[in-house]
Each structure stands twice: as structure tokens, then as C-alpha cells.
Design a protein around this ligand. Sequence first.
Ligand code: SAM
Length: 368
Amino acid sequence: MSQGQDELNTEDLLHGSAQVLHHFMSSLKSQALRCACGLAIPAALHRLGGAATAAALLDETGLHPSRLPYLRRLMRALAVSGIFVAVSGATAGNDDAGSAETVYSLTPASRLLVGDRPSSAMSAMLNPRPEAGFAMFFKLEEWFRDKSGAGGTLFKMAHGVTSPWELAREDGAYNTVLNKASAADTTLVMDVALRGRGGDVFRGLTSLVDVGGGYGTAAVAIARAFPHVKCTVMDLQQVISEAPDDGSVQFVAGDAFESVPPAQAALLKNVLDCWSDEDCVKMLRQCKKAIATRDAGGKVVIINVVVGQGANDVAIRETQVLYDMYVMSVDGIERDEHEWRKIFLEAGFSDYRIMPILGYQSIIEVFP
Ligand SMILES: C[S@@+](CC[C@H](N)C(=O)[O-])C[C@H]1O[C@@H](n2cnc3c(N)ncnc32)[C@H](O)[C@@H]1O
């Protein structure tokens, strides 16, 4: 036994080993969730009135009866991690404890996975190219140790191209999954962002350009909420060419590092965290050129994580820093306030205001 272990009492040792194992086994949480989404269990639960036994779920999802004991264990694991609620049959009012079947129901988390409410997590988990998602993190240690390619990202090591957008240019199915995942997440986030204080950010604007705006989901939501705001969506050609166009916003294909279409204000939702500080400063400078002066109501609205902001809740804090690990793969960064301020000032902006009103994300208004 090493000296370090000598100093630990039995309780510390047991707790420490459970913590290490818990961490190690945690990747099974996402696999269990991925499997449940693939089997469409949340949707099945919803169809069954929001609560059902594993046997009813087995029937509803059309699985072979031999899988019932395994389905029970999958449901138990997901209930312990808060994705479903499990109420044992005996507690649920069934006196015959021997035949009591646990009843599972939806939580606010699994409600988002039903399918009538969009979730980027679900779309991303059902990605037809899982190797372009979490699987590349199996190579993280190799990437850290690599002494040859100082400039290469983990994404590049795994796929041979620098970013998901380069891969998306070559692979149409992957392009569609990326765009749909962003659109799904955006529907939900904008629903919240446009209420109350969040809505005030867009109220009174005359025009807005959504830079890296994907399928235009945010711009369409803003145009619906504030019909006097003329909205333009700019994104890469491969995105704009397949964006559904209902005529409520204008679509422009382009590269935001080269130029941004003019508007009173610019929106950058889930864009800057995909880029290094240097690239963010370049993109923000293009936005600054495109928007009105401060006196004329010019501003950049950013929707992204501000690490350390939002409720002091383990799920929120962990999501912020794990997202940071995720975007590390493309040389992106989830920034704290200090890191955001640094790039705003470097890009020539004078002031900013953070509103931590979107769960693990915030709205930031940046003024010229
Ligand atoms: C994470 S997605 C966010 C999409 C959208 N803003 C949303 O929140 O739903 C990042 C977007 O940036 C776009 N993008 C990447 N590089 C870009 C560039 N150089 N110019 C404009 N858009 C770019 C991508 O195509 C993608 O749609």
C-alpha cells in the first residue's frame, strides 16, 4: 500500500473507490440514455399515459419477451439517474408485493425526449456517425501526448478534417443531422429566451442578422414574436441550401470570417464557443462592422454558456464544464465572464451585460 493510501481511513477508502468507480461507470449513463432513446421508450411511456410497467413498455416497443428482465434493469438505472421515476408496485397501491411490478413515469427530463418536444441531445445521440461524437474522446489521451501536430484538434485526429462543418460539407447525411440537432435545441431555447427579460433583448429592434443561424429557427421565432424585426439568417452554403424557407426570414450564404450582412443587431447563438479566442475576435469584428452604432441601437446578442453563471446546481455546473471538454475537440472554449470580456474588448466593443436566464446558458448583450 502506498503512503497516500496509508493515511486514509477505511471509510475514506471506500468512499473514494465508489467515487472513482462512479466516474468510470458514468459513461454507461449516456449509453443507457442513448439506448432508451433509440428504443423510443420515452415516446412509448407517453403513449401509455405517462406511466407504465416494464412489461407494458416491452409490448409497446415491440421487443422480444426474452428482453424483459434486461429492460427492467435499464429502466432502473435510468430511474436512479433521474431520467424516469420508478414507483414500486407495492408502494403504488398493489398489496401483493410478490407480483408487484414497478411503474415508471416520465420526468421533465424525459418529457423532452418524447419526440413532440425537440431535443438536440436526442438528435445528437442518434447521430448516424457516432464516431464524430463522444467516441473521439477515446483518443483524448493520445491527443494530449501527441508531440507532432501542435495545431491539430482532437476532431482532426479522429476524422482527418478540422471541424464538423468541413465534414458536413462532404457528408450530406451528417450535415442534415447537425443542422436538425441545432434547430431542435434552438426551438426549445428560444421558447424560453423570448419570454420576459429575454424578450426585452429583441423588442424594439428593426433588423437582426443571425450569424451561423443554421436552419433559421431562432430568426423565425424572433420574427414571429416581433413581426417588425426584419430577420436575416447567414450560414455556410451547405446549411442555407437545405434550410426550410417559409418566407418569414431572408437567407444568405456566406462566411462570417469574411463578412456579415448589415443589420441593426447581430445574433450569435451557439457559435462562438466553437472557435478559439483569435477566431472569435475575427468574427466579432465582422459583426461590429455589420451592426448599427450604439446610439442607433446596435448590439451583438450572444447565446452561449458563461461558465459559473446560472443556478448553483451540480447538473448546471457539470454541463458547463463538460461542454467545454466537448468543444475542446474543435479548439472551441466555453468561457467564463473574464474570458468573454477579454475577447469583447479585443474586438473593439465597449460594454456588455450578462443575463443568466437560460439554465446552463446565458444571454449576453455586447455593445459597440
Ligand atoms: C452549433 S451551430 C449553431 C446553429 C444556430 N445558431 C443554432 O443555435 O441553432 C454553429 C453554426 O455555425 C455555422 N458556421 C460554421 N462556420 C461558419 C462560418 N465561417 N460562417 C458562418 N457560419 C458558420 C455552422 O454551419 C452552424 O450552423
